[in-house]
Design a protein around this ligand. Structure first.
Ligand code: 13P
Ligand code: SF4
Length: 345
């Protein structure tokens, strides 16, 4: 059901993104010093930084300037094991740090915070998921990367939104029936595209679930020349209006290559840093959510990604706080399904 406060297109929906950060000069000075300190330690100690496209633009910029990896969750998973650094700092949410640890158990994997989780991970507890899997013993278990190490240990395959379609298509062509978890919206999108036989866990992303069909249609009327970019964690009514449905990296690539000059983007706001940096001459608009409430329930910002800050990145770099540590048996089991993901095609 659409929320009543989007009968009119809210003014904020007309907000165009600009590359401008308003902070007072004192804060800029102290933050600049902290950023310098981060850079010095990272270089001196040969630390490798990996950051997701949804993190604070300042974190993305530092990562780029230090030749680290700023990417989607698939590339993040691969980057840790490719790097020759012994210490890796992952800015993002916990499953991203856990994935790096499982794929490089001999390395020290640190995060700015271990509190940053994900609604999909929280909504799929391993014990309940195990029971669910036991009810469908004849199915191939495919889980989204946005899950705990314990859930990955129960799976045959792990996928991210960059390769979920191809993996399911491949399994379907092999005559496999699929048990999919946890994101029902991404799962429905894949089922519609591939026509695979899929049983689904009932999970959703709290950020993407807020994007609204009616509001988006109104924005499209205001910008008929804009292309609509949608992450597949969004509801199908929003996906249906898209010109491009894809992972964060696929949406960025589409915007880079497209002839269009305007885009409406249905995913976390952190992505606008890359979109604007790569395409300063193009215009990007936020897709409408349910409202602009003070509680920020629907502000197109992942609350957990937002827990990564310059200050806790500095703490991680300097004091090596918040190291990822996982049960060895779980790591070994989860590695099987994760290896299938990183080695696919
Ligand atoms: P990507 O794999 O597309 O970067 O998505 C990760 C994510 O958590 C989206 O909400
Ligand atoms: Fe999880 Fe959604 Fe945040 Fe991505 S945006 S990390 S799916 S809660």
């Amino acid at each position: 059901m659409e929320s009543s406060n989007i009968n009119l297109v809210p003014k904020s929906l007309l907000k165009k993104h600009k590359q401008k950060i308003n902070v007072n000069s004192e804060k800029i000075l102290s933050e600049e010093i902290i950023i310098e300190k981060i850079k010095n330690i990272v270089i001196e100690e040969n630390i490798y930084l990996i950051s997701h496209y949804y993190t604070d633009p300042k974190i993305q910029k530092i990562t780029e300037e230090l030749n680290g990896c700023v990417s989607d969750s698939l590339q993040m998973a691969k980057a840790g094991s490719i790097s020759d650094s012994q210490t890796i700092i992952v800015s993002g949410v916990k499953f991203m740090g856990e994935t790096a640890k499982i794929l490089s158990p001999e390395k020290t994997i640190i995060m700015p915070t271990l509190e940053a989780t994900c609604s999909l991970d929280l909504g799929c507890p391993a014990d309940d998921f195990k029971n669910f899997c036991e009810s469908y013993p004849d199915r191939e278990i495919v889980v989204y990367a946005n899950t705990s190490a314990e859930v990955k240990a129960l799976a045959d395959w792990v996928v991210t939104s960059s390769i979920a379609l191809e993996v399911v298509d491949y399994l379907d062509s092999e005559g496999k029936k699929i048990l999919w978890a946890p994101d029902k919206h991404l799962g429905s999108y894949i089922r519609n595209q591939t026509k695979a036989d899929m049983i689904m866990w009932d999970g959703a992303c709290v950020v993407h679930e807020e994007f609204k069909h009616e509001g988006l249609k109104k924005l499209i009327k205001l910008h008929p020349d804009a292309e609509i970019l949608v992450h597949p964690e969004s509801p199908s009514s929003v996906v249906d209006l898209a010109d491009c449905v894809g992972s964060t990296s696929q949406l960025i690539n589409h915007a880079n290559l497209s002839e269009a000059k305007k885009f409406v983007v249905a995913t976390d706001k952190g992505i606008f840093y890359q979109l604007l940096k790569n395409n300063p001459e193009k215009e990007f608009y936020e897709a409408p959510t349910a409202g602009n409430g003070a509680t920020c329930n629907s502000c197109s910002m992942c609350p957990w990604m937002g827990m990564n800050s310059i200050m806790n990145l500095y703490d991680a770099v300097k004091n090596k706080t918040h190291e990822i540590s996982l049960d060895k048996k779980i790591m070994k089991e989860a590695r099987i399904s994760l290896d299938r993901m990183v080695n696919f095609k």
